[in-house]
Design a protein around this ligand. Structure first.
Ligand SMILES: Cc1cc2nc3c(=O)[nH]c(=O)nc-3n(C[C@H](O)[C@H](O)[C@H](O)COP(=O)(O)OP(=O)(O)OC[C@H]3O[C@@H](n4cnc5c(N)ncnc54)[C@H](O)[C@@H]3O)c2cc1C
Length: 388
């Protein structure tokens, strides 16, 4: 069934025709092609790889990048695409985020001309898949402590270390691996099949089941100098990529929240209890729907304002922390309230709510946890860093 949208405050009037056209293209694709697959993919723990060519064809991979066959969308258009894709599933949106914000963006921003012209058209068209290796078994929230080392060897490099919780890890043709070199943290393009580079999947996930998550091992992995991203030195390299991805998440989770809200709204108007009356007749039920639509509306305005600031070049990482932290939190609250309103039916995968709820637990943790973003905001307003 076609999604009619969630727009309590006439926010659609703030979008241009072009923005609405991009959103509607993404919306149609999600309704017709993605949603029909997601329940079974989630059950089977399978990433719907067959959707990649269509996603690429619509320009959604690296959508807000310019040149090298990228669509050159505005950041608001890109955000609306993320919103629609996450309405299908956070795992599908994770694929698009990693490919665009964490793989294509660093190559675009920090890569050599040779790296850009080789990889960007392939990644944009979905011919190649990428992954982003920052997290290590002992270093998640604090990537500055990473143990993976890159040591100079003649004209090239030797990498040793381990990365874990890496989205797309085992299906990627190229991994952006962040490692500590003598002059600071550096990013490397490690191609699948490079001797000394292996991947293994993480099993037993009860969240993000339609997304591939892997560990990467680097054991005396030799790379030519041309594999290093010349424009990234220090932690600001990977953090710059994370800002791009977190912006997309701030929009994406709106899609999951809207799907939960709309499912609960429709269900409570149909489901009858006590004298054959619909659940929605009860004040306690209406209060839950009122809170949800209010929070979604505030989150939509936050996302739109951040998108406009980003298009003006004025959005900074502390702004993005507020967007990511708030919108993930309200999406989780909406998923929990919706699950409750569906009663027992809410726990089945006949409805999308429990899947969104489980996925959103990951989204709360990755790309900077809720706590870490609170500390970024805290540092902005007090001038005091409280991470340690
Ligand atoms: C499905 C999935 C996909 C992922 N994909 C990727 C990927 O593609 N690439 C990648 O590099 N990583 C990826 N990650 C890893 C993710 O970014 C990390 O899990 C995240 O950064 C948190 O690190 P951690 O799990 O080690 O938790 P920890 O850092 O151990 O944190 C655990 C808890 O302690 C809290 N905490 C930690 N430090 C502080 C502090 N100073 N103050 C207050 N509280 C604190 C945290 O907020 C959290 O609640 C993925 C994770 C998942 C689950």
């Amino acid at each position: 069934m076609a999604f009619r949208g969630v727009d309590y405050l006439l926010i659609d009037s703030q979008f241009s025709e072009q923005e609405l056209m991009v959103r509607n293209t993404a919306r149609r694709f999600v309704d017709e092609r993605a949603i029909p697959l997601m329940r079974d993919c989630y059950r089977d723990g399978r990433f719907p790889r067959e959707l990649i060519p269509e996603i690429a064809e619509m320009g959604f991979l690296g959508a807000n990048l310019h040149g090298y066959n990228c669509a050159g969308m505005s950041n608001v258009e890109y955000g609306l695409v993320m919103q629609e894709i996450e309405r299908a599933d956070s795992g599908l949106r994770s694929f698009v985020s990693v490919q665009g914000a964490l793989v294509m963006y660093p190559i675009h921003a920090y890569g050599s001309e040779e790296q850009k012209s080789h990889w960007l058209p392939r990644l944009q068209s979905g011919q190649a898949i990428g992954s982003f290796g920052l997290t290590e078994p002992g270093f998640g929230s604090n990537p500055a402590g990473m143990l993976t080392r890159a040591v100079r060897d003649g004209s090239g490099w030797v990498l040793n270390g381990e990365k874990t919780w890496i989205t797309n890890g085992s299906v990627a043709d190229v991994a952006i691996v962040w490692a500590r070199a003598e002059d600071g943290i550096r990013g490397f393009l490690v191609e699948r099949g490079t001797p000394g580079f292996t991947t293994s999947d993480i099993h037993g996930k009860l969240s993000m089941r339609a997304s591939v998550t892997s560990s990467l091992a680097l054991s005396d992995c030799r790379l030519p100098d041309s594999a290093m991203l010349p424009g990234a030195k220090g932690l600001k390299g990977p953090l710059g990529c994370l800002s791009q991805a977190r912006f997309g998440i701030g929009w994406g989770v709106l899609g999951a929240a809207m799907d939960c809200y709309e499912t609960a709204r429709a269900y409570t108007t149909l489901r009858r209890q006590f004298d054959g009356k619909p659940l929605a007749i009860h004040q306690l039920v209406q209060e839950k729907l009122a809170v949800m639509i209010t929070e979604i509306t505030k989150a939509q305005l936050l996302a739109l304002h951040c998108g406009r600031l980003k298009d003006m070049g004025k959005l900074d990482p502390a702004h993005i922390s507020m967007l990511k932290r708030n919108n993930v939190a309200i999406a989780l609250d909406c998923a929990r309230a919706s699950r409750d309103l569906l009663g027992a039916n809410g726990i089945t995968d006949e409805y999308p709510i429990m899947r969104h709820l489980s996925n959103l637990e990951t989204v709360k943790t990755y790309e900077g946890t809720d706590h870490i973003h609170a500390l970024v905001i805290g540092e902005r307003v007090t001038g005091i860093a409280a991470y340690k």
